[in-house]
Ligand binder design. Structure first.
Ligand code: COA
Length: 211
C-alpha cells in the first residue's frame, strides 16, 4: 500500500477520494493518510470526517509532519494546481496518476504524471495528456488530441480530434471544441461554449459560437 494525501478538501478533493476508493476496491493500492488544506472550511472538514478520513492540516504542516509520500491535487484551478504541484515536488513528494476504473482509453494514449481521470471519461486514440491534467466526469477526448500540463477539463466537455490545448487551459463544463483547433495557454472556455476557431492565449471565451 502506498501512502497518499489529497490536496484540497473541497468538492473535487472529495471526488478524488472516490477514485482512490474505486481503485482500492479493485486491489488494495493506496493508504489515504488524509487531506491537506490551507483553508479547510468547517463544512468541508465535517464532510471529510463523515466519510471516515480527516484533514491533516495546512500543506506546510503536512510537509513538516509526514515523510514524503504520494499526493493527488483535488483542485480544479490550473494555476493553483501548478503552484502546489511545484512545491510538493520540490519537497520530494510524488504525484500519483489516478484513473477511475470506469474510464476507457483507445490505443497509444500517454498520461502525464499527476493526471486525474474521473468516472465515465472516454479517451480515444493517440492522445497525449501532460502533467497534472484533470479529466472530469464523462468528458470525451477525441483522436490525436494533446492537452498540455495543468489543463482542466470539467464534466461533460467534448474535445474533438486534433485539438491542442496549451498549458493551464480550463474547459468549462459541457463545452464543445471542434476539430483541428488550438487553445492558447491559460485561456478559459466558458460552460456550454462551442469553440469554432483557434483561441489565443490568456482569454475567456463563451457562448455559441464562442467569442
Ligand atoms: C465564463 C466564466 C469563466 C466566467 O467568465 P466571466 O467573464 O468572468 O463571467 P462573469 O461571471 O463576470 O459574467 C459576465 C457575463 O457573462 C455571462 N456568462 C457567464 N458565464 C457564461 C457562460 N458560460 N456562457 C455564456 N455567458 C456567460 C454572464 O451572465 C454575464 O453576462 P451579463 O454581463 O450579460 O450579465 C464562467 O461563467 C464559466 O462558464 N465557468 C465554467 C464553470 C464550470 O465549468 N463549472 C463546473 C465546475 S466542475
Amino acid at each position: 500500500m502506498r501512502d497518499i494525501v489529497i490536496i484540497g478538501c473541497g468538492g473535487f478533493g472529495r471526488e478524488v477520494h472516490d477514485i482512490i476508493d474505486a481503485l482500492n476496491a479493485q486491489a488494495p493500492r493506496y493508504n489515504l493518510l488524509g487531506y491537506a488544506d490551507d483553508s479547510a472550511s468547517e463544512q468541508n472538514t465535517a464532510l471529510v470526517e463523515r466519510r471516515g478520513s480527516r484533514v491533516l492540516g495546512s500543506l506546510d504542516a503536512v510537509l513538516a509532519q509526514y515523510d514524503a509520500a504520494e499526493f493527488a491535487i483535488g483542485i480544479g484551478s490550473p494555476q493553483v494546481r501548478k503552484k502546489l504541484d511545484t512545491k510538493l515536488v520540490e519537497a520530494g513528494w510524488r504525484a500519483a496518476t489516478l484513473v477511475h476504473p470506469s474510464a476507457t482509453f483507445g490505443g497509444d494514449v500517454r498520461i502525464g504524471e499527476g493526471s486525474i481521470v474521473c468516472a465515465g471519461v472516454r479517451v480515444t486514440t493517440d492522445v497525449t495528456l501532460g502533467r497534472s491534467v484533470h479529466l472530469n466526469l464523462n468528458a470525451t477526448v477525441g483522436h490525436d488530441v494533446t492537452l498540455h500540463d495543468y489543463v482542466s477539463v470539467n464534466p461533460l466537455v467534448a474535445i474533438s480530434g486534433w485539438v491542442e490545448a496549451h498549458e493551464g487551459v480550463m474547459f468549462g463544463t459541457h463545452s464543445a471544441i471542434l476539430q483541428n483547433l488550438s487553445v492558447g495557454a491559460g485561456s478559459v472556455i466558458g460552460a456550454s461554449a462551442c469553440v469554432v476557431r483557434d483561441v489565443p492565449e490568456g482569454v475567456v471565451v463563451k457562448g455559441v459560437p464562442a467569442r
